[in-house]
Design a protein around this ligand. Structure first.
Ligand code: EPZ
Length: 423
């Protein structure tokens, strides 16, 4: 297993090009199952997770052409040979569960392993299953597998989500494109990735309106066609590098960063004393060395502050002037980075869903352990500001979601090396 060794204390100056959004790309890949015509995805992030989704699609019979180093992935689901997504593939990456809806919509049945919990919380899939049942699917859970069937096809239905779940909104929307009649999703999630997915589905011939609002209406069609589509830029990657630059100091242009989808984060950064300027080709982040101010964060569904940026903001607040409280309202266990950040000399206390961060004067490099994707990158941010050397172990989590992380940061003056883990 690889580790990263970071020599802290170097400012970041230069440009970072933002990659395609992981959390959109994974679902766009699953959407290729909805048509028997070729789907071409451009601006694809080359990540462990997107490669993993490609592997699952191959096992279902999808013809996948995606050479290493190529940002275009070609998928052709003309001949689906299996509708079974096995435990080994779903367990390692939850987003693979999202092949269930497209398979149900197109083929009328699917057997997909239940994903199980993960480090950040229990993460059940009951909203997804309730939606498919409301659309007429018969669902049984046997030996850890969801067996779903809608032999005469899915029917449009009114789906009232108990919480604006991103995954359940996307999954229901995809399946509903091929259902008979109209599906209405109330209390839908409003994340930008949902708009991206709707845009691709519409380019394939789907009839969708209201994406990006709390009510989405989908009128089912008989068939979807192939498409060539460019994945939206990754607002979470962009936000992460914005915080890396804010923490380390310097002047970094985040090329292609989707400023309109980063409003909450940019407001928080400005309150903390960072200069964040929206430019034609991205977002510029500047900090001139003055100490950051503590700012409170209340994590909420979009357009609120994103849970996927919470760990990174906490890393930033460890060295701010004053005390900030960070409230996590989406996942029940998403503070695993707090004890690791404390190993750098940070002063963070967690009580339930609230973390109180008392800013300290400086951090000191330490060996630390990555626990999940966004937690891992918060440790990298801490390593960039800490005095001396930091070792981040178990970085396979990072490789799941950040394309060329050390190359991008080192090009701006960071000192990060990849090597073999000590474990
Ligand atoms: C997506 O997860 C993202 N993953 C997550 O990013 C992100 O943190 C999350 O949305 C919130 O923005 C992908 O897109 C692959 P939810 P998802 O359904 O869809 C509860 C990352 O680091 N819930 O919006 O799984 C759930 O437990 C990842 O890139 C149910 O109770 O999130 C959670 O508390 C991590 N029943 C809340 O809703 C359900 O059936 C929101 O989850 C579904 C969800």
């Amino acid at each position: 297993m690889d580790k990263l060794t970071i020599r802290g204390g170097h400012q970041l100056n230069g440009k970072i090009r933002i990659s395609g959004a992981k959390n959109s790309a994974l679902k766009l890949m699953a959407a290729a199952l909805l048509t028997d015509e070729p789907v071409e995805l451009r601006n694809m992030p080359n990540l462990a997770d997107s490669r993993f989704m490609a592997r699952l699609l191959s096992t279902l019979g999808v013809d996948v052409y995606w050479p290493q180093g190529d940002s275009t992935c070609r998928l052709n689901a003309a001949n689906i040979s299996s509708t079974i997504a096995p435990y080994d593939l779903v367990r390692k990456m939850r987003a693979t569960f999202n092949v269930l809806g497209p398979l149900l919509g197109r083929i009328g049945h699917a057997t997909v392993s239940l994903p199980g919990g993960c480090a950040i919380g229990a993460r059940p899939v009951n909203f997804h299953l309730d939606a498919f049942e409301a659309m007429g699917a018969d669902i049984v859970i046997e030996q850890g597998y969801v067996k779903a069937a809608a032999i005469r096809g899915l029917n449009g239905a009114i789906i009232d989500l108990p919480f604006p779940s991103v995954g359940a909104t996307e999954h229901t929307m995809m399946a509903a494109t091929l259902a008979k009649g109209t599906t209405t999703i109330n209390n839908a999630a409003r994340e930008p990735e949902i708009i991206d997915i709707a845009n691709m589905l519409k380019a394939m011939g789907a009839k969708i309106e209201g994406e990006g609002t709390s009510t989405i209406r989908i009128e089912g069609v008989d068939k979807l066609k192939g498409v060539s589509y460019s994945v939206m830029p990754d607002r979470i990657e962009a936000g992460t590098y914005a915080m890396a630059a804010a923490a380390a100091g310097g002047d970094v242009l985040l090329e292609g960063a989707p400023a309109a989808e980063m409003t909450s984060l940019l407001e928080h950064l400005r309150k903390a004393g960072v200069t964040a300027t929206v430019e034609d080709n991205g977002v510029r982040i500047q900090r001139n060395g003055a100490r950051l101010k503590a700012v409170d964060v209340d994590v909420q569904p979009h357009p609120g502050f994103a849970t996927d940026l919470q760990a990174q903001f906490m890393a930033l607040m460890t060295v701010a002037d004053g005390t900030s409280t960070i409230t996590e309202n989406i996942f029940e266990n998403r503070f695993l980075h707090a004890p690791e950040l404390n190993r750098f000399g940070a002063d963070i206390r967690v009580q339930g869903k609230v973390a109180t961060v008392h800013g300290v004067d400086h951090l000191v490099g330490a060996p630390v352990m990555a626990t999940d994707l966004r937690a891992s990158v918060s440790l990298v941010i801490a390593g960039l500001v800490a005095e001396g050397e930091t070792e981040v172990n178990r970085i396979y989590h990072l490789d799941r979601g950040f394309e060329n992380l050390e190359e991008k940061l080192n090009a701006c003056g960071a000192r990060i090396e990849r090597g073999a883990d000590t474990e």
